[in-house]
Design a protein around this ligand. Structure first.
Ligand code: ADP
Ligand code: MG
Length: 319
């Protein structure tokens, strides 16, 4: 007998949470949650569609991880502390092996960050995973895209571009989902920068997570702040994982690659003395790649000379 909807929920998504702010989790008509007094509730949701956000055949545990990771990354970009998640799962049928692995990938990341799964919805249909996450931040300390000023320094965390290289390895068939290649591992198991986001509270003038490519996302941040930005291409971090790629390809990965879920943020020049402390708290490298400028738009420079960069970030509705 195949599992019914309620068996699926009971068997895979009903783990009781140890969070004391979950008054009622999975099982009733809705969850009852107790947000801490004085904090803003931060909410984000993201949907993953098979064939669009993950390749057909992607291991279920990686999908479970990814679906939560993209959402936690949005909370990280707000400087928020994650607390609760809801999962809406549409799938063709109750494949137990798949469900067990999916739940494992999801709960592993949830446990790492103390997140409780408190509800959701389970329906039959094409494979589509939607997660909503909720967290908290002191309202005055929330990180926003708007807030960067001319003269602020532009920083990016970690090693942007590595996940995009991993995706290409998978697409071209050069590596498999089981490969231990670090680019593939990074693509399948990106780690949201929650510790860094919290460390940036009250320090960064603006922040966002890089999901669609560094250059395109910096454009969004600059627009939201009502200023322009300049990138010095020779300052882009080049991760050791990318050293086997030709220089132009490397730069394309760093500038346009998505899926790393690094944070992009701005610091006033006076805060640059704090960068090594922020890197320590965030548990990742931080790289200054340019500066916000008066006006609008993005300018890329190489050796002080302006250069045109073709290509842009990911847009679902672009042709
Ligand atoms: P309703 O019909 O009232 O919407 P459901 O039968 O859809 O309730 O869900 C029953 C309970 O199981 C609810 O608490 C719901 O939040 C939870 N739930 C359903 N699907 C999931 C899931 N995939 N993950 C976590 N909780 C789920
Ligand atoms: Mg329902």
């Amino acid at each position: 007998m195949p599992l019914g909807e309620f068996d699926v929920i009971a068997r895979y998504f009903s783990r009781v949470s140890s969070r004391s702010d979950v008054l009622l989790g999975v099982g009733d008509d809705a969850a009852l949650l107790l947000p801490p007094a004085g904090q803003a509730l931060v909410a984000a949701t993201d949907t993953l569609v098979e064939g669009r956000h993950f390749l057909p055949g992607t291991p279920a545990a990686a999908i479970g991880h990814q679906a939560l990771a993209v959402n936690l990354s949005d909370l990280a970009a707000m400087g928020a502390e994650p607390a609760w998640a809801l999962l809406s799962l549409s799938m063709p049928g109750p494949d137990e092996g798949w469900l067990a692995e999916f739940a494992r990938g999801l709960y592993e990341l949830a446990d790492t960050h103390g997140v409780a799964l408190v509800g959701g919805d389970t329906v039959s249909g094409p494979l589509v995973v939607t997660i909503e996450v909720l967290g908290f931040v002191p309202p005055a300390q929330a990180l926003r895209r708007a807030g960067a000023r001319p003269g602020d320094l532009v920083f990016v965390s970690g090693s942007p571009g590595v996940a995009a290289a991993g995706l290409d390895q998978l697409r071209s068939g050069q590596e498999t989902f089981e490969s231990m290649d670090p680019r593939v591992r990074r693509f399948l198991r990106a780690e949201p920068r929650l510790a860094l986001g919290r460390a940036l509270r009250g320090v960064a003038t603006s922040a966002m997570d890089v999901s669609d490519g560094l250059l395109g996302d910096l454009g969004k941040l600059a627009r939201a702040s009502g200023v322009g930005a300049r990138i010095d291409l020779e300052r882009l971090p080049v991760a050791p994982e990318l050293l086997g790629h030709a220089a132009t390809e490397r730069e394309r990965y760093v500038l346009h690659g998505g899926d790393d879920y690094e944070l992009l943020f701005t610091l006033p020049p006076a805060a640059s003395a704090r960068v090594s402390d922020l890197a320590l708290k965030g548990g990742c490298g931080l790289h200054c790649i340019g500066e916000m400028v008066a006006g609008a738009g993005l300018e890329c420079r190489r050796g002080g000379q302006r250069v045109e960069i073709v290509g842009s970030g990911y847009d679902h509705f672009a042709r």
